[in-house]
Design a protein. Structure first.
Length: 272
């Protein structure tokens, strides 16, 4: 992987992690379409670790919310009082993280294999397109995060678990699940972005452990650093833009985009 390739993939990651179009799909399809060939284990490690750049973007953008949630969560355990809204939200975030954490540990090899199958990615993109349309078909609701229930957290958490596979957009799945549960669009997006912190942190830490055993580690350090920086900057801008966009518009344009990319990938794959 060259430095230029790493920067391009970092920009792709930062732009598509929060837009509901699947960053993992784009990290598979961009090298495939460009004819870039990477060693599969190294490519998968890069894809996971460069997500730490977008993790940094979320932490910087929502640092006040995250700090309040962390303090409230710790305080609730110390004083055994879970009645405060921030404490309740903190534990709902923990609950929402459990399905993806368990699935990631159990399905790592299967998920890793999917990263080398562009046709599977195309199918998952079409599934994302259909789910986004389904989410937009729900009846209008105006429930904010203060009305979030444990059932909401579990449903959104299960949706996040499906997004382990490239092509299933994490933000699309979680925002869509929130909409189907009756959350307003902007609140569903905020919950989606904040709940990405523990799962991305865990995935990055888990993959870093495997990265230490790789013989090509020295060659990957600079590309990973460049990809990390690019994804952090672009990811921060993407969060700010998407929150404003969802306050006024629907997810249908992203559904159309996923459908077009999915179909185009299938066609290209068949004629190659």
């Amino acid at each position: 992987m060259t430095n230029l390739q790493a920067i391009i993939l970092g920009i792709v990651q930062g732009l598509t992690e929060f837009l509901p179009v699947s960053s993992s799909a784009h990290l598979v399809l961009v090298p495939w379409l460009a004819g870039w060939t990477f060693e599969p284990q190294a490519a998968f490690a890069f894809d996971v670790l460069v997500q730490l750049g977008t993790l940094l973007a979320v932490i910087i953008y929502f640092w006040r919310d995250l700090w309040q949630l962390l303090k409230a969560g710790v305080s609730s355990v110390i004083h055994w009082d879970f009645s405060q809204p921030e404490a309740r939200m903190a534990w709902l975030l923990v609950l929402a993280t459990l399905p993806a954490a368990a699935s990631g540990a159990l399905l790592r090899d299967l998920v890793s294999q999917a990263f080398s199958e562009p046709m599977a990615v195309a199918g998952f993109l079409l599934a994302t397109a259909a789910f986004l349309l389904l989410a937009e078909s729900r009846t209008a609701a105006a429930r904010g995060l203060t009305g979030l229930t444990w059932v909401d957290a579990v449903v959104v958490g299960i949706a996040q678990a499906f997004a382990l596979f490239p092509g299933i957009s994490r933000s699309g799945a979680t925002i869509g699940a929130g909409l189907l549960r009756g959350l307003e669009r902007r609140s569903a997006a905020r919950f989606s972005f904040i709940m990405s912190v523990p799962i991305m942190l865990g995935a990055g830490a888990f993959e870093a452990r495997h990265l230490l055993d790789m013989s090509t580690l020295a060659e990957l350090i600079v590309p990973i650093a460049l990809g990390f920086l690019a994804s952090a900057i672009v990811g921060f801008l993407a969060i700010r833009w998407l929150l404003g966009y969802l306050a006024r518009r629907s997810l249908r344009v992203f559904s159309l985009y996923c459908a077009i990319v999915g179909v185009a990938t299938l066609v290209i794959g068949m004629v190659r």
